[in-house]
Design a protein around this ligand. Sequence first.
Ligand code: SF4
Length: 493
Amino acid sequence: MQITTDKKKKALRQNYTATQNACKLCTPIGATLAFQGIEGCIPLLHGSQGCSTYMRRYLISHFKEPVDIASSNFTEETAIFGGGANLKSAIENVARQYLPSIIGIATTCLSETIGDDVPMIINSMQNCDNLPELVHVSTASYTGTHIDGFHNAIRAVVDRFNPESATLNNKDAQNKERDKTKSDKFGSGENISLNCFPGMLSNEDIRYLKEIFSLMGIKATILPDYCERLDGEPWIDYQVIQRGGTPISSIKKMYQANGSIELGRILAAKQDFNQNSGNSSQNLSAGELLAKRFGVKSLGVGLPIGVKETDRFFEALEQLTKKATPAIFLNERGRLIDAYVDCNKYLSQKRAIVYGEEDLVVGIASFLSEVGVVPVLCASGAKSGALKSVLQETLPQNIFEQIIIKDGVDFMEIEHEAKECDPDFLIGSSKGYATARRLDVPLVRVGFPIHDRVGGSRILHIGYRGAQRLIDEIVNTLLERRQERSNIGYSYM
Ligand code: SF4
């Protein structure tokens, strides 16, 4: 029997095993980005040169800023006999040339595969002179995605600078700090201190968070904070390490905070799973680690994208601080609702494909469902196992019933599903451009990376203000497409 072309294609699709244009990035790239958000930190990859070159290129193309990532520079010999000597000399070289306050060491696939005992190698250097702080995170790329590397690096930093002994060693300081905040705790004073773990947001998102905390009179330690280092002013003199980042002195005080707020429903779902299954503190998020170790209350909320998730974010802030949401943000909310009404005629029943990092997919899908767009396909290269249940609890039931959810997929599978979905637009990183082009639908760029436009790092996604920007961009993208395709040339849409 002759197999039709369609059947042949289907058989090929079912049998292929290679990833084609992955909808995720390698794990250590997330760790290196997180390390960029710590003051005076140089990321160091334990592995071959090519890994750090690829990651530098990815980050530089998105942020349009210089990004240094050191490497322990594996050779054939190192791959066979182990990379301990290379790592030691890399640490010494970086310490001498950059004078960093901290070196963030992330492993690559190769060093993980040969099984280098990085904690042991670092411990053996404890008595060396003139070394900065050393923090290690294990980031084999075959066990996760960039977002795992990002969260794991943050947890490693918090763990390193807030050891169990912190309470004993700093009893006086801690008591003093708690006394100072006692009258303000849940009061109206200025001494409420919070830890904020924003996840992998844009520079503009981090600046917006700072504005919120400042206007609410909250002393917040945002970790990581790369918004100055990766979006700075021009230099007059060359800077070995750019200015900006969360100071280590602030990280060391995180255990004294009045509370922590962590952004990401998938991250929170993973914590629930860990707690229910009795997993070790190795799997805890940074906020949960501080909660377990020091009793710092931690609230996990979704990425505040759209009205509902931003409302939850402000409610969590009010709950942790007993401070009211400032009028400026309530006014933004009012204007946003008005924009939702105005834009309904353009967006109602439109169909979107959302892809990327799982928490971003959840946030964008939640926002789209508010403005009348059905996120017909929600896809991610990650596979936490929580995407479906988190989308179900986030989206209205009638929307959830209309969508297809795919995790652990690449762009080949996304494109195959997309063809059945009849989308009006795609929304995600620039890695989806080729797919959007073949489907002949516009792409609205969000998240990371954005390599084919300028300003990717200045996209505001979060808060009422971010949703306002997003809805304007989506409607204008659809209008532009209609206008371009019209043979009449409407100038009034
Ligand atoms: S070898 Fe592993 S760590 Fe290096 S670039 Fe490839 S996926 Fe990333």
